[in-house]
Structure formats: structure tokens, C-alpha cells
Design a protein around this ligand. Structure first.
Ligand code: AG3
Length: 275
């Protein structure tokens, strides 16, 4: 019998994946967690039925959510990742030698433990001496650390249910205070194709808090529609107009200096959401 995962984030459309093997499936304190081996995308992390990351396409998301802010900041030393328990963003952040400390604040310890076990390609940097893994609530952590981080990456699940508090104006104000004087914030902000209202609202919420707010896109095959948005809020540095001529070379598969600029050029229907 063929086994398929059907992801139904969107009510009237779904993506399906043929499963080779179920490696783990459990109820954690916060959510249903599965790691599945699939024919098309290799192993994937699924939380509450929603695909979070896969071995085959994770690099797009993790490179873009990390390198856009880190190459925009002239000297990022302290980085906070909220969520992101799979460790993919941390792996990319630690490719930057200027980073002295990267804190991962993930609420669900099981995500970290299972990803360490079954997704070592993604979680491999969590044991790095520059990385501190803190298990706890991101909202509380941000509230309790003022003026501390040069970069804050919000690598959350979708803005419904548990992660809802990680989107919106009141959290962005807390983020602003947790950042240093020229700090930069970035979050994954959903698909403008299926959820234009969410993208618009989140962009406007960030814009009300940060002097520089920019939205960019990346193509992520396993997220609904493949069109995925990220929103950057910055106190000072403009990610689109930053001088990248002297930045170091790091190994990537998706990110390039050219793409760093180009990703901010938006298709008209997405650009309209930022007006
Ligand atoms: N964070 C989740 C991105 C949103 C996915 N949404 C969806 N497939 N409907 C990704 C975690 C990777 N570190």
C-alpha cells in the first residue's frame, strides 16, 4: 500500500508526498511531531501536519533567512534564532566568522532532540561551541533581553495557534528593544499567493516599528505555492542597498551577492502588498 502525506495548510489546495518510511511520530508537549522519509524530498520534519523542512530543499529557506540579515549588518556578533529547533538557521549563521554567539531559543525540546537524531545534515551545528541552545518561550526570552542581539531571526511555524504571538506589532516592539542600536530582525512571513492578507498585515506591523522594512521572496518547493516571503525590519542598515563588495565568501547553494539584491525586486501582485 502506498502511504502519502497530505499537507493542508490551505483549505482548498494541498501538496502530497509519497512516504518511504516513518522515522518518528509522537505527540510532544506542544504539537504532533513526525520525521518522515519521502521519495521526492528525502527526510522531512512535519509539525501538526505542516511540512517545516526537508533535506532536499531546506537550503533555500535557511540560507535566505540567515545570510540576508547577516551580510546586511557590518559586524554581527550576537545572533538570536527564535524557533528553528531543527538547527538549519544556526548552521548558516555560524558560517559567519564575526558571530561570537548564536542563541537558539526553541520552545519544544523534542524538536531539537529528534532533529539531532534524524536530520544531522540540518542540525549539525547545534553542538558548536559558539551556539547556545535554550529551551523556552521566545516571547519571554526576547522580553527579558534588552539591547543585546545584532540579529534576531524568527524561524517560526505558521501564524496560527502556538506561533501566533510571534507575528504582529506587540512582538515586533519587543524585538526592537532586544536588538542593539543598529540591529536587524527577519521573519518568515508566509505565502503571498494563498495568504496575501497575512503577508500585508505582517509587513505593515513591522513597518510601524522599524525605520527600514523590506519584503523579499524565495522559491521554496515544499511550501504552499512555492512563493515564500520573508520580512526584514532594520533599525539602520538597508538590506537592499547594502554594499556587498567586501563581504567574505561562504559556501552556499542558493544565496549569492547578486541574488541578495535581486530578491527584493518583487512581482507586481506582491509589491502591491507592501504599498
Ligand atoms: N519554519 C516554517 C515555515 C513555514 C512553513 N509553512 C508551511 N509549510 N505551510 C521552517 C522551519 C525551518 N527551520
Amino acid at each position: 500500500m502506498d502511504m502519502w502525506l497530505k499537507e493542508g495548510q490551505i483549505e482548498d489546495a494541498a501538496m502530497t508526498y509519497k512516504i518511504k518510511e516513518t522515522l518518528v511520530t509522537k505527540k510532544t508537549q506542544y504539537q504532533d511531531l513526525s520525521i518522515l522519509d519521502t521519495y521526492a524530498f528525502g527526510r522531512m520534519l512535519v509539525l501538526d501536519g505542516i511540512v517545516q523542512t526537508t533535506i532536499k530543499d531546506e537550503y533555500v529557506y535557511h540560507e535566505m533567512i540567515s545570510h540576508i540579515p547577516l551580510f546586511t549588518h557590518p559586524n554581527p556578533k550576537k545572533v538570536l534564532v527564535v524557533g528553528g529547533g531543527d538547527g538549519g538557521a544556526i548552521r548558516e549563521v555560524l558560517k559567519h566568522p564575526s558571530v561570537e554567539k548564536a542563541v537558539l531559543c526553541e520552545i519544544d525540546k523534542d524538536v531539537v532532540d529528534e532533529c539531532k537524531k534524524f536530520l544531522p545534515e540540518i542540525s549539525c551545528a547545534l553542538g558548536n561551541s559558539r551556539c547556545e541552545v535554550f529551551i523556552g518561550d521566545g516571547i519571554k526570552y526576547v522580553h527579558e533581553h534588552k539591547n543585546e542581539f545584532d540579529i534576531i531571526i524568527v524561524d517560526s511555524t505558521d501564524p496560527f495557534g502556538a506561533a501566533e504571538g510571534l507575528f504582529g506589532g506587540s512582538f515586533y516592539k519587543e524585538i526592537f528593544e532586544c536588538l542593539t542600536e543598529d540591529g536587524i530582525f527577519i521573519a518568515q512571513t508566509e505565502t503571498p499567493f494563498y495568504l496575501p492578507d497575512v503577508v500585508k498585515r505582517v509587513y505593515e506591523d513591522a513597518k510601524a516599528v522599524f525605520p527600514v522594512t523590506k519584503l523579499f521572496m524565495a522559491g521554496i518547493p515544499t511550501y504552499p505555492s512555492g512563493f515564500w516571503s520573508f520580512t526584514v525590519g532594520s533599525k539602520k542598515h538597508d538590506p537592499e542597498n547594502v554594499d556587498l563588495s567586501n563581504t567574505i565568501d561562504i559556501e552556499t547553494k542558493y544565496y549569492t551577492k547578486k541574488l541578495h539584491k535581486a530578491c527584493f525586486v518583487l512581482p507586481k501582485f506582491i509589491e502591491n502588498l507592501t504599498k
